[in-house]
Write a protein that binds this ligand. Structure first.
Ligand SMILES: Cc1ncc(COP(=O)(O)O)c(C=O)c1O
Length: 411
């Protein structure tokens, strides 16, 4: 029998894994809750540049495929690696788009890119090993490294007003040690919008090959490219020797809540990744996998229309932010984020990036994400705008920011 004494004894002895205190969450998610609270308390419409998901409904033919699968009773577990038809559709897509030379055996289907990141990093990271991460970047790579007991090693990208953030591969090479297991890039990049040059990807693959390490490339924004071309790691000969590709249905098909993504790697890796997959999520939801086939094999017109709209929004936001003194945006080549430098404003206001973001939400009802949410330090002095919101919201949001800055004498 448990009396109150033994109950408390048990709880005194119960220690929580200290790793959980070390992990950080996704700031954009936390800001959704904060924005909701401000909206309710103040009764104002909050304009959010925070959220990293397209504001489009999932396209109808994809929903229909999921409904059909449900009606046909396709609701049980599937193969941990994903149903063969979906893996074949993904392989076809990559072969047609990038001449990737992969088969379904190179694919493991995941519950979104988040688990694909966990699997890819889990495939290489061991305790005390090092994972090199150019920053600013999406926060989840460093967290996945920590989960597996590895050390994230950040390499700052270099910023200029004309070119935005660009990788310096010589600086990255200096960080390679015998403990390095992988380099993780995000191309196109969240939060900077940088699209890696072909030559840089080629050199990164060479660095990986020479040092016997992996190059993990998260390409969830591969379709959101506005100027010039995009180079996937999958387009290089022998890329499977060192490359691991991460992708997702979340952004391209506006399916963030469906949770569907994938890892592509050499068979010797995917064979083992299946055991990591089955031990964490068993399989991706069955009917969602059927919807994934419809997404890849169906009509891409709505995807192209969405991207055209994003390009117009990017141009509008860039024009409006460029007109604010103290805002130094650069025109992003990809993804749907803008990452202006606002160092002068922060200095004048004596505010940290986080304090600026909180004050802007409280006083103007506008959400932006502090640059420091894209670890480690290279995002200091910047804020991230997502332009996955209407042109009307972009105009009103930027107007409110201008008024906020003027009212507080920050500009
Ligand atoms: C670069 C990057 N990778 C992965 C993800 C997570 O994608 P998913 O929703 O497919 O897990 C995001 C989401 O914002 C992202 O920006």
């Amino acid at each position: 029998m448990i009396n109150s004494y033994s109950y408390y004894m048990v709880h005194d002895m119960f220690s929580i894994n200290p790793l959980l205190n070390e992990l950080i969450g996704e700031q954009a998610f936390a800001l959704i809750a904060k924005a909701r609270e401000v909206q309710k308390r103040k009764g104002i419409k909050v304009i959010s540049f925070g959220v990293g998901q397209p504001d489009f409904d999932t396209f109808p033919h994809i929903k229909e495929a999921a409904k059909k699968a449900l009606d046909e009773g396709f609701t049980g577990y599937t193969e941990a690696a994903g149903i063969p038809e979906l893996r074949k559709a993904i392989a076809d897509y990559l072969n047609e788009s990038y001449n990737a030379r992969v088969t379904e055996r190179n694919i493991v289907v995941t519950t979104g890119a988040k688990t694909a990141i966990l699997l890819a990093i889990g495939a290489v990271a061991s305790r005390e090993s090092e994972i090199i991460i150019p920053e600013p970047t999406y926060y989840a790579y460093s967290q996945a490294a920590k989960i597996f007991g590895a050390q994230p090693v950040f390499v700052p990208m270099e910023w200029s007003r004309e070119r935005g953030f660009k990788i310096n591969i010589d600086k990255l090479i200096e960080k390679v040690t015998p403990k390095t297991r992988a380099i993780v890039i995000n191309n196109p990049n969240n939060p900077t919008g940088t699209v890696y040059d072909k030559r840089d990807i080629e050199r990164l693959l060479e660095v990986a090959r020479e040092n016997n390490i992996a190059l993990i490339s998260d390409e969830v924004y591969e379709r959101f490219v506005y100027n010039g071309s995009f180079t996937s790691i999958a387009s290089f000969d022998d890329w499977l020797e060192n490359g691991i590709l991460i992708n997702s249905f979340s952004k391209t098909f506006s399916m963030t809540g469906w949770r569907l993504g994938y890892v592509v790697a050499h068979e010797r890796i995917t064979e083992r990744l299946v055991s990591l997959a089955v031990n964490t999520y068993s399989c991706a939801p069955s009917f969602v996998q059927k919807a994934g086939i419809a997404a890849l094999k169906g009509d891409w017109t709505p995807v192209y229309e969405m991207i055209k709209e994003f390009k117009e929004r990017r141009d509008l936001l860039y024009k409006l932010l460029s007109e604010i003194p103290g805002f130094e945006p650069n025109l992003p080549e990809g993804a749907f984020y803008m990452f202006p430098r606002i160092q002068g404003i922060l200095r004048k206001a004596s505010l940290s990036e986080e304090e600026f973001s909180d004050k802007l939400l409280e006083e103007a009802g506008v959400v932006v994400v502090p640059g420091t949410a894209f670890p480690d330090k290279a995002g200091k002095g910047y804020v991230r705008f997502s332009y996955a919101t209407s042109k009307q919201n972009i105009i009103e949001g930027v107007n409110r920011i201008k008024e906020f800055l003027e009212k507080n004498n920050y500009i």
